[in-house]
Design a binder for this molecule. Structure first.
Ligand code: A2P
Length: 344
């Protein structure tokens, strides 16, 4: 008899879903039973799971009692409809969308920071995976927050097109070719041309004239750091990079802390690589450091010369991996613990 762990990946044909499948394999889940779920239009397709090809099943028809865990990454609307169904069937959900992130009774988890919230959860629990920009910023600043407190953060994000899924990547590729062949560029996934451009609006506008993407940085930072007083003033910008988000972070601590102390904290922090080498060949960029990597990279660490408790950082991370799929798999791994696998 087999009592293999059964995992459903919802949105398995998408950019994040595909990454979830490969990161599951990398993290020791290769012998699990996998259900690859997508919409009806993907019926007949297969997805790769290690050395196996798995046939796509239609989400709408799926019986979630066939899965112990479900990783959702098929959009907020899909999660709102199907996550409660999965949970009611006793399937534990790790949801990568914003559908449940603000619910008080649903933990919002970055394992390096608040894995304690995963203890004692039962089958059918829902855990929310934070937004990509939040995850990488918090991996970088949580060590400072824990020791010196943070009053406020000014952050400008430079976000890659994979954050908008496959259609975002296809649009950048298509528009780049069109521009270079002197053809008209027709925006579709993004409101403005993305090739050779920077778009200062991600997600919908809110009543306060911030975008939802920007406000997620505020809401999720407060919740994860358990710090309602922390202020996050964000501007989120889409740029023509395929993988990896970059962030210019300017923060003010509550208590004095030297840059030397911050350096030490960062070198000891999990999931974080502090790059101190300032030579040209070591410059930290999304393409050279973030894309395809697990760690969040921090560089340009320096005192803000305009504020005695100000600290500046440049933070890059792979938005599809640590910003989404890897963080979800780390949550899964923490919850499963030693109970993993297991053919009997
Ligand atoms: P499909 O490919 O069948 O449309 P991305 O963010 O890269 O665009 O991927 C979105 C993922 O979410 C895809 O796997 C997509 O499946 C899936 N998806 C989107 N809407 C639904 C839905 N209503 N039901 C099931 N899967 C969905």
């Amino acid at each position: 008899m087999s009592n293999k762990l059964r995992i459903a990946v919802v949105g398995a044909t998408g950019a994040v879903g595909e990454s979830m499948l490969s990161i599951l394999v990398e993290n020791g889940f290769k012998d699990c039973t996998i259900h690859a779920l997508a919409s009806e239009k993907s019926l007949g397709k297969t997805v790769e799971f290690g050395k196996r090809f798995v046939a796509v099943e239609v989400l709408e028809d799926f019986d979630f009692s066939q899965a112990d865990f479900a990783l959702f990454s098929a959009g907020g609307g899909t999660s709102l409809k199907y996550v409660p169904r999965a949970s009611a069937a006793g399937c534990t959900v790790i949801d990568n969308t914003s559908a449940f992130r603000q619910d008080d009774d649903i933990p919002l988890v970055v394992p390096e920071i608040n894995a304690d919230l995963l203890e004692g959860l039962e089958a059918g629990a829902i855990v929310a995976n934070p937004n990509c920009s939040t995850i990488q910023m918090l991996v970088a600043i949580a060590p400072i927050h824990a020791v010196a407190g943070i009053e406020r953060i000014n952050v400008a994000t430079y976000q890659s097109v994979s954050g908008a899924g496959r259609k975002g990547m296809e649009e950048l590729a298509r528009q780049t070719m069109d521009r270079l062949s002197f053809k008209d560029v027709v925006p579709s996934a993004f409101a403005q041309p993305i090739a050779f451009n920077a778009i200062p609006v991600i997600d919908t506008m809110q009543d306060n004239d911030y975008t939802r993407e920007e406000m997620k940085l505020q809401w999720e930072t407060s919740k994860i750091l358990r710090d309602p007083a922390i202020g996050v003033n964000a501007t989120a910008v889409r740029i023509p990079v395929f993988f990896g988000h970059s962030e210019a972070v300017h923060l003010e601590t509550t208590r004095d802390i030297s840059i030397a102390e911050v350096r030490e904290l960062m070198h000891a922090a999990p999931g974080l690589e502090l790059v101190e080498d300032l030579s040209p060949e070591a410059q930290v960029t999304a393409v050279t450091h973030a894309a395809g990597k697990d760690a969040v990279y921090v560089s340009r660490l320096r005192r803000d010369h305009t504020h005695p408790r100000g600290i500046n950082l440049w933070v890059v991370g792979d938005n599809v991996r640590k910003g989404a799929a890897l963080n979800a798999v780390q949550i899964l791994k923490t919850m499963v613990g030693d109970k993993m696998s297991v053919e009997t």
